[in-house]
Design a protein around this ligand. Structure first.
Ligand code: OAK
Length: 829
């Protein structure tokens, strides 16, 4: 072999070529070819970014081969397709994941060795596609992986944001946001699909005419302007099964990118204004929505991608010569929260106005098409649109929603005679104060199934948030507990653990996570437990190296790694964690705590840019970090670190290194949580409340392997009703009093009494999330965890059982349940 690419590499169709494709030689040759032809550099002048890009292109080629065969087989078998509509897809880096799923990581490593590169260094060049905020977006990404792995024909539909989630810097303890230019150097993982371009209308007014023959009214929408939707496809490879599904993200463009007539008249700025205004729609992930402008733009984003997606389905439906009346037999559309729920009105518009189907039949088709997944219990997160904004942007849709509502309320009046308060609560239009369109109500009324994302969450939806709807349509409600993909969150995140598991269990667990139960055979095997502990220490060492490199901070790998990574929010209670650390600090200072095992507290997560309280919580964590890190009495025992710019790739580094997983939300507030599952798979033991998926994790792992604390959801509800007084808890608990007084008096912040005053006041007077009420019990559970950690054999046993019993939390299990109970797709074809 010279360094010339072979001819078989370019044709890629013969069996020999296909085999060679995945060998180290094949990869090395393809790499050199892409370096010359795609990157356009002599290899000796290439930098690491070039090398990453050449590698990405050759991996993409291999994914594309499987993609073609997958599409062909779907068309041939006329399969039912799941369309997962989501405003967010938080995929994380592609390169190593695609290699893992294709099964070419070893070959690629070998090829890199021969070229004297490090594959991990080259992979670190990949900008992360951060097209999501947190759990909801990451779940969509895990579900795409599992759907493809389970060979469910699926398309993910969303928005191709030019700027993803902001990059977070911590300056003097405060969050500072920077824009995320992830597309700056191009994106080798996407392919524009020109045949799929759509046109989406906004504004204007509606007109009616009478059909001359039937005398029926015909509706016509006369929009004010139209925006072009251009499709960009990202292939999603399944795990070692040659299947590839499509993630189709829409970019907004002006219909005519440039108005030559205006330009010729000399108005140069005017000529590009339309282009700029149209492109704003897909410019950034969720702009702040407090202002009118922000709200309008967000609604435009939602309608834009939902309409493009539904029009795309109709196009493909017709391309396959299927009758439009059979739409629901072909397409199952899952709404990832309410962001795409305008799709219900949009499909009604397409079916009635464009396809001229009668209302009743159109409604039957629409309801049979959609499923709605709810992802939050926080009332302030339930989407509502001010009627004037909605009606001016979508004048036809508001009419359709009024008609849906008229018919729906008629049914409810028949079902619940005289119950006017109930009708008002259920109406799609809220009339208390400013009139609003209630998107969650629309989603429930227009879907065949509604689900929550963990058992408790689904129960609370029925008992509380969506109670009226549950009473009207009890059979519509179900639960699908979330899951995460073990490919990214175990195999990619922790190769040494993967190797150990393969050694004792074989590889069945890769696609059947329940097979991890086999680990239980080793739970009393001292030799194996020792291996388990060493492996864990190595993981901590690797994270320590990374933190040393990126933050210039040294961690003690023998200390307990106690980790809380997730979005920063009052209900997630990062401040409870920080207050507990202050409690430890006070007790060490007073001499009360002597034999404390050293602990490293790691925090990571972003606060919404407009969420002042959450930003103050970050400042609190950083302040505590500085205090305990500087004090000679505590610096060897306590270390607190806020790791900036938490992301999928950072998560992959952090989960494997965690000893203790912090899942401490106020009971009844975290819909599910998915970080908890990633920790569990990687052998971290949880400290947590009876909330969201914690409950099911504890059920699986056994109560003796979970550090439980805190009020339960019913206890919280009861306290709320009876009138909660946080100050009572402050007065009863000497430690809490010392911590809160210290915070108020500036004892922990060099005498600064101002910065945390709003937080102290809120916690003592309002405390919506019961931090004061749970403080003492949290400290008790923490001290128990600390004691057990000192018994390394006992801890390793608990850790091992967490991994062994994490089978339920694979997203493969979740997707199987969606197929069975919601999409009616038979997986044993
Ligand atoms: C985001 C925007 C609106 C409504 C909900 C969200 C969201 O991210 N919810 C989160 O979804 C995750 C996936 O289901 C859950 O695990 C989290 O508990 C929930 O907060």
């Amino acid at each position: 072999h010279g360094q010339q690419p072979s001819e078989t590499e370019t044709s890629g169709t013969t069996a020999i070529a296909a085999q060679d494709n995945r060998s180290a030689d094949g990869i090395r040759l393809a790499f050199l070819r892409h370096m010359r032809r795609t990157i356009g550099k002599p290899v000796e002048f290439s930098n690491t970014l070039d090398q990453y890009r050449a590698m990405a292109h050759l991996v993409r080629d291999r994914v594309m081969d499987d993609w073609i065969t997958t599409v062909e087989s779907y068309v041939q078998h006329n399969v039912r397709v799941v369309c997962y509509l989501s405003a967010e897809f938080l995929l994380g880096p592609h390169l190593l994941n695609a290699m893992l799923n294709l099964g070419i990581t070893d070959s690629a490593e070998k090829a890199c060795d021969e070229l004297h590169y490090s594959l991990t260094q080259l992979a670190d060049e990949e900008p992360e596609p951060g097209l999501g905020n947190g759990g909801l977006g990451r779940l969509a990404a895990c579900y795409m992986d599992s759907m493809t792995t389970l060979e469910v024909p699926a398309v993910g539909y969303g928005l191709r944001y030019e700027f993803g989630i902001f990059r977070q810097e911590i300056r003097d303890g405060w969050q500072v946001e920077h824009s995320d230019k992830w597309l700056e150097y191009g994106n080798p993982w996407e392919i524009p699909a020109s045949e799929a371009t759509q046109h989406v209308s906004f504004g204007g007014h509606t007109e009616t005419t009478k059909d001359e023959k039937t005398g029926e009214l015909i509706w016509k929408w006369v929009p004010a302007f139209t925006v072009k939707g251009v499709a960009y496809d990202t292939p999603i490879p399944g795990y070692r099964n040659k299947q590839v599904n499509r993630l189709r993200l829409w970019k907004a463009e002006a219909e005519d990118s440039f108005d030559l007539e205006i330009f010729n008249r000399g108005d140069y700025m005017g000529a590009v204004r339309d282009k700029m205004e149209s492109e704003t729609i897909s410019k950034v992930l969720y702009p702040p929505d407090e202002t009118e402008q922000g709200k309008r733009l967000r609604l435009m984003q939602q309608y834009f991608f939902t309409s493009c997606s539904l029009q795309d389905m109709v196009r493909l439906h017709k391309l396959q010569k299927l009758p439009i009346e059979k739409f629901a037999d072909k397409w199952s559309v899952q709404l990832n929260d309410t962001h795409p729920s305008i799709g219900i009105a949009e499909l009604m518009r397409i079916l009635t106005d464009e396809e001229e189907i009668g209302w009743d039949e159109a409604w039957t088709i629409t309801q049979a098409t959609f499923g709605y997944t709810n992802h939050t219990l926080l009332p302030e997160a339930l989407e509502k649109w001010p009627l004037p904004i909605f009606a001016s942007l979508l004048p036809r849709h508001i009419e359709i929603i009024y008609e849906i509502n008229r018919r729906f309320l008629k049914d409810m009046q028949a079902k619940f005679p005289g119950d006017t308060a109930r009708w008002a609560r259920m109406s799609l239009i809220g009339e208390d104060g400013e009139k609003q369109v209630r998107m969650a109500n629309l989603a429930v009324v227009g879907s065949k199934m509604v689900n929550g994302v963990a058992k408790l969450h689904s129960e609370l939806l029925k008992e509380d948030t969506l109670k009226d709807f549950y009473e009207a349509f009890p059979n519509r409600f179900t639960n699908v507990t979330n899951g995460v993909t073990p490919r990214r969150w175990l195999m990619l995140a922790d190769p040494p653990l993967t190797a150990l598991l393969n050694e004792v269990l074989g590889t069945a667990w890769h696609t059947d996570l329940y097979a991890l139960r086999g680990l239980e055979d080793y739970v009393d095997d001292a030799g194996f437990l020792d291996k388990w502990r060493k492996r864990q220490e190595e993981s901590k060492g690797r994270l320590g190296d990374f933190i040393k490199r990126s933050m210039d901070v040294s961690l003690n790998p023998a200390s307990m790694f106690d980790v809380q990574v997730k979005r920063i929010h009052e209900y997630k209670r990062q401040h409870l964690n920080a207050l507990h650390i202050l409690g430890l600090y006070c007790r060490i200072k007073s001499g009360e705590l002597k034999d404390l095992p050293p602990r490293t507290f790691l925090f990571g997560g972003k606060a919404a840019p407009s969420y002042t309280y959450a930003k103050l919580m970050i400042k609190l964590v950083c302040t505590v970090g500085e205090l305990v890190g500087k004090d000679p009495q505590t610096k060897d025992l306590l270390r607190v670190l806020f790791v900036p710019d938490y992301s999928v790739s950072l998560g992959q580094r952090i989960y494997p290194a965690a000893d203790l997983s912090e899942q401490i939300s106020t009971a009844g507030k975290e819909a599910s949580g998915t970080g908890c599952m990633k920790f569990m798979m990687n052998g971290a033991v949880a400290i947590g409340t009876l909330d969201g998926a914690n409950i099911e994790i504890r059920e699986e792992v056994g109560e003796e392997n979970f550090f439980l604390f805190g009020l339960t959801a019913p206890q919280i509800a009861e306290k709320q009703k009876a009138g909660y007084r946080p100050r009572d808890f402050y007065e009863k608990s000497p430690l809490l009093r010392e911590v809160m007084d210290g915070l108020r008096d500036g004892r922990f912040s060099n005498g600064d009494r101002d910065t945390f005053a709003p937080l102290v006041r809120d916690l003592l007077e309002v405390d919506r999330y019961f931090v004061m009420a749970d403080f003492d019990d949290y400290a008790r559970a923490q001290s128990e965890a600390g004691k057990i950690f000192c018994d390394s054999k006992k801890w390793s046993r608990m850790s091992l059982l967490n991994t062994a019993r994490s089978g339920k939390f694979s997203s493969d299990r979740s997707i199987r349940e969606y197929c069975q109970n919601i999409w009616k797709i038979n997986l044993d074809r």
